[in-house]
Design a protein around this ligand. Sequence first.
Ligand code: ATP
Length: 209
Amino acid sequence: MICFDIAVQRPTILIQGAGSLGAGITALTGASGNGKSTLIKSLAGLIKPKSGYIKQDDVYWFNKSEKIFLKPQQRQVGYMPQGNIIFPHMSVLQNITYSKRGDEVLLARIMERLQLERYSHTKAGKLSGGEQQRVALGRALYAKPCILLLDEPLSALDWTLRHQVQADIVDIIKEWNIPCLWVTHDEEEAQIVGHNHWYFEKGVLKGTQ
Ligand SMILES: Nc1ncnc2c1ncn2[C@@H]1O[C@H](COP(=O)(O)OP(=O)(O)OP(=O)(O)O)[C@@H](O)[C@H]1O
């Protein structure tokens, strides 16, 4: 279980949120610029909030008053960022094993589950959009995450691929039984994938109770 209560000051908006993430998918929506990526990056350790705490069970990842701040690599987080998500000149295998956290068994399982085996030595930049998304997901899973943070994981895909990759991700999260925070602009996608639905309104996280 990941619990947090944080505030992040941005130039034009104060972003605040408190909640807890147990197994299953929590969809996160909200208007552009309201703080969705900021929350995800804070949980991943890429942003240090100005106050509050983030903890996994009893272990603090961030605690302002105790001056605790774990770096991203010290948190067991699988993070799939928005935008350019793969290293195009590296092979699929090199992309997936980038974190060096997993092992051969986990790698084999990921390659099989994401149907990437036949592309192992292909440069990731040569794959289709949907295949690249699966590589990015594989990299996040290879980090042996205790939480998956997905920032608009389907945004680069056309409608057919969207449904396919969406179903793959939902299946894997069910199988792995871990918490997942899934950012999307698409309310319909949020309803389909999310067991819970959080949203940002004027920088404040709602729907967490
Ligand atoms: N690196 C940064 N430095 C300073 N301010 C930033 C930075 N990145 C984002 N912001 C600001 O923080 C606020 C929240 O941005 P954030 O990216 O979290 O929004 P979002 O809800 O994810 O938006 P979108 O849906 O457009 O991706 C915005 O006002 C944005 O301008």
